[in-house]
Write a protein that binds this ligand. Structure first.
Ligand SMILES: NC(=O)C1=CN([C@@H]2O[C@H](COP(=O)(O)OP(=O)(O)OC[C@H]3O[C@@H](n4cnc5c(N)ncnc54)[C@H](OP(=O)(O)O)[C@@H]3O)[C@@H](O)[C@H]2O)C=CC1
Ligand SMILES: O=C(CO)[C@H](O)[C@H](O)COP(=O)(O)O
Length: 467
């Protein structure tokens, strides 16, 4: 009998199942398309004895030691509901379903309630690290009741990445907490990828070869920007297309995919009265990239000519990426704080930063500092105000400003970097300009405002007196 079942042997499910077997767990494996199970088994090599391959969900359930644990790793959205609907009648009270794919946490809350009604447990578990991470150690963010996590904690911690021997896996809170945290992780991922893509655009506009850029990113990876995304960017810049021999970046269409997590982050931020503008800019840039025909027409209408940037220093680009990264993380953590309060999740922000230090796509050396800052408590929930972060941001942000200025002068698009800078500039003013907005609201709608010179609300301007 197997300790755990995995249904969905695509990129992630297959890698997770192999990881579990590698760590000594017996796993029953299933996939909707039966042939995939055979293909999977052919690749299991010396681990094959650890697997029970099955061709139906009934057989999957029969292959498991009660109380059963079934991990679903299928395409996000309706397929998850379809699998849950098929599984629930086969399971007994006390069994457990784990949805390890990406999920809108609202769906996770709904699924938790639906499955719990049947006496079956449900964990919504975010997994990050791509195929390589899933195979050898991802970062794992678990949501659901803690008592449901304990029986599978040994498996989850065993397969997770390790940072100095600390497993990058944690139970984070009830119902949708795990998937919410994973969604915000991806929002931060979107922003960081966008900042890097914009710096790539600036370096291109400066006439720098891909080889030169690769060296620069590799050098940056040895400093405060050290991270998985900077590391793979250097590798990507060096890679050549195996068919044509051309730089691989030259054969890839400029049109970014998105499966939803970035958009969900922005939607939830807005719902919670937050605004993750750097993440929103990254989502928007991907959406605009899909409008190829309109962009071609716009270039014809407003020709850019050949852009030549010459006055951006490498050191400023490095600082720009660092400052923007701090702000992107800052917006993500502010959102996590808001959600934790709103849903009463008691999220441990420091632990979240800790489990992101290895295995996941946004792993970076900065996360060590972020976890220390969060452990000490973030002033006003703002990472950018943390004593361990603020001096570094103050130093880096002037590089960001010079980079944004130079890019804007030349018409090189930097929506993510500019959003990060605008957020910083807006946030650091104790008195901004929304007094004008309040006056306008009161002028046209008698909405009332607060006065600086006395307590209370509902004051009106002189325009109201003429009524
Ligand atoms: N790829 C990545 O880097 C990461 C992905 N994720 C998330 O993991 C999940 C799986 O992604 P990934 O492994 O990349 O996806 P793949 O496309 O590689 O595999 C999808 C799996 O879903 C199954 N499936 C699709 N539709 C249905 C259905 N209606 N009923 C039953 N099974 C179905 C497929 O079965 P069949 O073979 O029959 O088509 C296949 O096993 C997603 O939620 C994704 O967002 C999370 C982190 C990283
Ligand atoms: O969760 C992931 C990484 O953390 C997946 O790779 C996800 O697919 C990335 O999102 P998108 O496809 O929208 O770029």
């Amino acid at each position: 009998m197997a300790r755990i079942g995995v249904t969905g042997l695509g990129t992630m499910g297959a890698a997770l199942a192999l990881n579990m077997a590698d760590r000594g767990f017996d796993v029953a494996v299933h996939n909707r398309t039966e042939a995939v199970v055979d293909e999977f088994m052919e690749g299991t090599g010396s681990l094959s004895d650890r697997f029970t391959p099955v061709k139906s969900l009934e057989a999957l359930v029969d292959a498991l030691t009660p109380p059963r644990a079934v991990l679903i790793m299928v395409k996000a959205g309706d397929p998850v509901d379809a699998v849950i609907d098929a599984l629930v009648p086969l399971l007994d009270k006390g069994d457990l379903i784990i949805d390890a794919g990406n999920a809108d946490f609202n769906d996770t809350r709904r699924r938790t309630a639906r499955v719990t009604d049947e006496g079956i447990g449900f964990l919504g578990m975010g997994v990050s690290g791509g195929e390589e991470g899933a195979r050898h150690g991802p970062s794992i963010m678990v949501g659901g009741t803690e008592d449901l996590y304990r029986p599978v904690q040994d498996i989850i911690e065993a397969i997770a990445a390790r940072y100095q021997d600390d497993p990058c896996a944690a139970w984070l809170g009830p119902d949708g907490a795990g998937h919410f945290v994973k969604t915000v992780h991806n929002g931060i991922e979107y922003a960081d990828m966008q900042f890097i893509a914009e710096v790539f655009g600036i370096l291109n506009a400066s006439g720098r070869s891909y080889a030169d850029q690769a060296d620069l990113f590799a050098e940056w990876n040895g400093g405060p920007l050290q991270s998985y995304l900077i590391e793979i960017t250097a590798e990507i810049l060096r890679a050549r297309d195996s068919e044509t021999g051309a730089p691989v970046l030259d054969v890839i269409v400029d049109k970014a995919g998105q499966k939803g997590t970035g958009r969900w982050t922005v939607i939830e931020a807005l719902k919670l009265g937050q605004s993750a503008t750097a993440i929103e800019a990254a989502v928007a840039a991907r959406s605009w990239s899909a409008e190829a025909d309109a962009r071609a027409k716009a270039e014809e209408t407003y020709p850019t000519g050949t852009t030549r940037m010459s006055h951006v220093l490498d050191g400023d680009l490095e600082k720009a990426l660092l400052a923007a990264r701090m702000i992107g993380y800052g917006q993500g953590f502010a959102l996590l704080s808001a959600a934790s309060r709103h849903f009463d999740w008691s999220l441990d922000l420091a632990r979240i930063a800790e489990i992101w230090r290895a295995g996941c796509i946004i792993r970076s050396s900065l996360l060590d500092d972020i976890s220390s800052a969060a452990r000490d408590g973030l002033p006003h929930d703002q990472l950018i105000l943390a004593p361990g972060i603020a001096p570094r941001l103050a130093d880096a942000v002037e590089g960001l400003r010079r980079v944004v200025l130079a890019s804007m002068e030349e018409g090189v698009p930097v929506p993510g970097l500019a959003a990060a800078l605008s957020y910083f500039d807006t946030y650091r003013r104790a008195r901004g300009t929304t007094n004008m907005i309040q006056a306008q609201r009161d002028f046209f709608g008698r909405h009332g405002f607060e006065r600086r010179d006395r307590d209370g609300t509902g004051f009106h301007g002189p325009w109201a007196e003429s009524d």
